[in-house]
Write a protein that binds this ligand. Structure first.
Ligand SMILES: Nc1ncnc2c1ncn2[C@@H]1O[C@H](COP(=O)(O)OP(=O)(O)OP(=O)(O)O)[C@@H](O)[C@H]1O
Ligand SMILES: O=P(O)(O)OC[C@H]1O[C@H](OP(=O)(O)OP(=O)(O)O)[C@H](O)[C@@H]1O
Ligand SMILES: [Mg+2]
Length: 282
């Protein structure tokens, strides 16, 4: 049975459960459940604090885990990222009162509040900056106003929390994060159950980012049309009953679907349809 760690709370937990559900796995029905078994898929899910997941996976007791890249790096645990999942995207950055810090060197001698001491300590050491780090559990944006620190280092997505606290980002992002699948460093890369789990999640990622496009076009326009919709391998082209016309079917990135439909229309394609993909194995 494959043993998988899933975030039980916070920004990662809802989208992680949703993705697992879309991949065909049973998920817990209420938020107090700490462990469930999905007998059909031979998987056991453990609902753990996002911050602890890399530690459990590194210990070898759990085969894989879903967590944030920033949490993985912050933990310093012997675990590695094997698949990026595209949700809970954020940057990790320094921020301060406007005009206080213009570059990294200005951090020297300052006190930096953060929930991610591992990332901050490593970043300061890498740049040879001597600063103090104070650990706070959350809502670190308030630390400056209340005089606990002059600088914070925190997760930034829209920047709303920083703006609300009258702060601005300082320097370049320390890192880019998103939800990831992790396993113990050096674990067996060929484990068939792990491979199957990853293929299922990859199927969900593709189903979320691509749509299927169908259209009819004149044979003379086929090369131009295929250049617009090259598909993943190559598009399917079938003859129509009406001579001189073909039907084309190809997967296209969902974000570009409307633009591609306009371009196909302009070269004479007609009956252009898109349909959602619910699941796939590439
Ligand atoms: N606003 C956000 N947008 C995107 N990702 C976020 C956001 N806040 C936190 N994350 C990501 O969520 C993970 C942190 O999860 P965690 O549950 O510890 O914190 P949280 O979502 O802030 O919840 P909590 O309210 O318990 O602090 C990290 O990978 C972080 O990058
Ligand atoms: O740039 P934004 O879109 O505002 O998002 C970033 C904020 O979201 C998270 O906070 P959360 O609400 O989880 O509270 P916390 O600080 O207590 O973790 C994170 O810690 C930042 O504060
Ligand atoms: Mg938080």
């Amino acid at each position: 049975m494959l043993r998988i760690a899933v975030p039980n709370k916070g920004s990662l937990s809802g989208p992680a459960a949703e993705m697992l559900h879309e991949a065909g796995y049973q998920q817990r029905r209420e938020s107090k459940e700490l462990r469930i078994v999905d007998p059909v898929n031979e998987v056991e899910f453990f609902y753990l604090r996002p911050r602890d997941i890399a530690i459990y996976v590194a210990s070898g007791q759990l085969d894989i885990g879903l967590t944030g890249r920033d949490l993985l790096i912050d933990s310093g645990a012997e675990a590695e990222e094997i698949l990026a999942l595209g949700f809970a995207r954020s940057t990790f950055r320094y921020a301060t009162k406007p005009g206080t810090v213009s570059g990294l060197a200005d951090l020297a001698g300052k006190t930096i509040a953060t929930s991610y001491e591992g990332i901050v300590a490593a970043h300061l050491a890498e740049h040879g900056i001597d600063a103090s780090v104070v650990h706070l559990d959350g809502a670190v944006e308030t630390a400056i106003q209340l005089g606990v620190a002059q600088v914070i280092a925190d997760v930034v997505e829209t920047g709303t929390s920083l703006r609300n606290a009258g702060l601005e980002v300082a320097g370049e992002p320390i890192m880019q994060s998103e939800a990831v699948v992790i396993r113990r460093t050096g674990a067996d890369a060929d484990d068939l159950k792990v491979q199957q789990f990853l293929r299922r999640l990859q199927g969900v990622l593709v189903a979320r980012t691509y749509v299927m496009m169908d259209y009819d076009c004149r044979v003379e326009q086929l090369e131009k049309a295929v250049a617009l919709t090259p598909g993943l391998e190559s598009p399917t082209v079938s003859p129509l009953h009406n001579e001189g016309w073909v039907a084309v079917r190809a997967m296209v990135p969902a974000k570009e679907a409307q633009r591609i439909m306009d371009d196909l229309y302009d070269i004479g394609a007609r009956a252009i349809l898109t349909t959602a993909i619910h699941a796939c194995r590439l």
